[in-house]
Structures are given as structure tokens and as C-alpha cells.
Design a binder for this molecule. Structure first.
Ligand SMILES: Nc1ncnc2c1ncn2[C@@H]1O[C@H](COP(=O)(O)OP(=O)(O)OP(=O)(O)O)[C@@H](O)[C@H]1O
Ligand SMILES: [Mg+2]
Length: 258
């Protein structure tokens, strides 16, 4: 299963959700790969404890390879496979991001490389689950991810600007599905940093549900543990396995796997 975690609004929890769901997947015994398509490299840092300086073994190298036309096959997927890094956790792997994604983007767009990620993932074997983190913008990389994935998870942070972004986003996903990827389904909206006691977030979420939007039941509370877990580069199930947030993430994982 390939999941893309996308919302063009920044700071809603994409990278946190990507890495924490992937960490649980790996704990469950599934060989799990995170692909970091965001130039900010937050998922890379969260899972590896560092950014990757040399672009050779990153997603940038994979895309760069796709620009060098080989007349002799060149179709062995080595670009993506050699960019896979082990993490400190069993079964959990990451293809890191790299700043070179930025200058590459225009060339990739003008040479129609939007299906390259999908093609490479179709050929990639040995993984049970793939999670793709995206930048907070609809650009070449987030579109590549939407084309490559089967499911789209949408983090939502309960503010009214996010609600506007949500409608645009649902439309975008529908359009990508219609034009480029029939398999793509919205798996659900993940309510992140949900303040259960406060009126406004509750009202907002009830309205989304009443409108028929696919809001997942498992919601994630705000907690300082998230920031802490980022700073020590340990996903929550490893950093604070018995904390409420780890339970909430396990419930979220269980809900999308039932
Ligand atoms: N449940 C939570 N409780 C408290 N803070 C959280 C929670 N989830 C995410 N955050 C914090 O919110 C910020 C944004 O989270 P994150 O980086 O995952 O969002 P993002 O959508 O990937 O952002 P960007 O669009 O910049 O890539 C981070 O500082 C993170 O620590
Ligand atoms: Mg992010």
C-alpha cells in the first residue's frame, strides 16, 4: 500500500503523521519505506537524526537520473533503490530529501517526468508499506506523489483557514484521480492537534462530518511530546511508547488498517 500524506497548508502535521504511522507500521513487522519529497527534509531529519549532505543517495539523485536519457535500458530502478537508507529501527527505511530538489524542479516539469516516481515504485519490491511525505504546496513533487499513491491521508489542524484549504485539496485530489491515477482514494482526514475540550474545534469537526467529509475517528491531541520527539529524532512509539499520543497514533494506524 502506498500512502501520500498531503495538504498544501503548511504546518498541519504531514511530516509528523508520515513518520509516526510509518514507525508503527515497522513495529508491526511490515517493511516500511518513507519517501521524503519535501525540500525542508523534516521527515529525513526525524527518522535519520540528520539531513543528508551528499545528494547521491537521496530522492534528488533519483529524479536527476530520470533526466539522463539512457539508450541502453537504464530501467533497473537502481536510482531509487540506492537512495534507500536504513534507520535505527528495524523494518523502517527512508529515501531522504535534498535541497537539490529545488533547482531540479523546472527541468523535471518541462521534460514531463511526473510519472517517474510511480513507475519506480511499481518496480520496487521488498516493501509492505510506503508513506510519502510532501511539501506544503501543489508542485511537481506533491503531484508526483499523488500520481504514485493509492491512498491519500489529509491532515487537518482545526482552524478555519485550514477548512478552506481542505475544500481546494479535495478538489485537487479528485482532479488528479480523474486525469492521472484512477486508483487514488482519499483514505481520510486526520484531525491533528485536536483540543477535545474547546468549543470551536469540536464545532468545526462536527460540521465537516455533517457535510459528509471522510473524517477519521481517531484524532490526535496536542502534546509537547511531539516537539520533543522531533528534537531527539525518535518517533513517538519509540520515544514515549506508553504516552497517550502513542496510543492515539496506534488507534489511527488500526483504523486505517481495519
Ligand atoms: N499533535 C501535535 N501536538 C503538538 N505539536 C504538534 C503536533 N503535531 C505536529 N506538531 C508540531 O507542529 C509543527 C508542524 O508539524 P509538521 O512539521 O509535522 O507539519 P507539516 O505539515 O509537515 O509542516 P510543513 O508544511 O512545514 O511540512 C511541528 O513543530 C510539530 O512539532
Ligand atoms: Mg512537513
Amino acid at each position: 500500500m502506498r500512502r501520500v500524506i498531503f495538504n498544501q497548508k503548511g504546518g498541519v502535521g504531514k511530516s509528523t503523521i508520515t513518520c509516526n504511522l510509518a514507525a508503527i507500521s515497522a513495529v508491526e513487522g511490515k517493511r516500511t519505506l518513507v519517501i521524503d519529497l519535501d525540500i525542508q527534509g523534516n521527515s529525513t531529519h526525524y527518522l535519520l537524526g540528520k539531513k543528508v549532505e551528499d545528494s547521491d543517495r537521496t530522492i534528488a539523485a533519483f529524479f536527476k537520473d530520470s533526466l539522463s536519457l539512457s539508450l541502453f535500458g537504464g530501467n533497473n530502478n537502481s536510482g531509487l533503490e540506492s537512495a534507500i537508507h536504513e534507520t535505527a529501527y528495524p523494518n523502517l527505511f527512508v529515501v531522504p530529501s535534498h535541497p537539490e530538489l529545488e533547482p531540479l524542479q523546472g527541468r523535471l516539469e518541462s521534460r514531463f517526468k511526473i510519472f517517474k516516481l510511480k513507475e519506480a515504485l511499481d518496480k520496487l519490491t521488498g516493501f509492505d508499506a510506503i508513506y510519502i511525505d510532501t511539501p506544503p504546496v501543489l508542485n511537481f513533487y506533491s503531484q508526483s506523489a499523488l500520481i504514485a499513491a493509492n491512498k491519500c491521508l489529509i491532515p487537518f489542524d482545526c482552524d478555519s483557514f485550514s477548512r478552506e484549504a481542505l475544500y481546494r485539496l479535495m478538489q485537487t485530489v479528485k482532479e488528479v484521480k480523474a486525469d492521472h491515477n484512477q486508483q487514488l482514494e482519499i483514505e481520510g482526514i486526520i484531525v491533528n492537534q485536536f483540543q477535545r475540550q474547546a468549543n470551536l474545534p469540536q464545532q468545526l469537526v462536527s460540521e465537516l462530518i455533517a457535510e459528509g467529509l471522510p473524517v477519521l475517528e481517531a484524532m490526535i491531541s496536542p502534546s509537547v511530546k511531539v516537539r520533543e520527539s522531533h528534537s531527539v529524532s525518535q518517533p513517538l512509539v519509540h520515544y514515549v511508547p506508553t504516552h497517550k499520543l502513542s496510543d492515539e497514533y496506534r488507534a489511527l494506524y488500526a483504523e486505517i488498517h481495519k
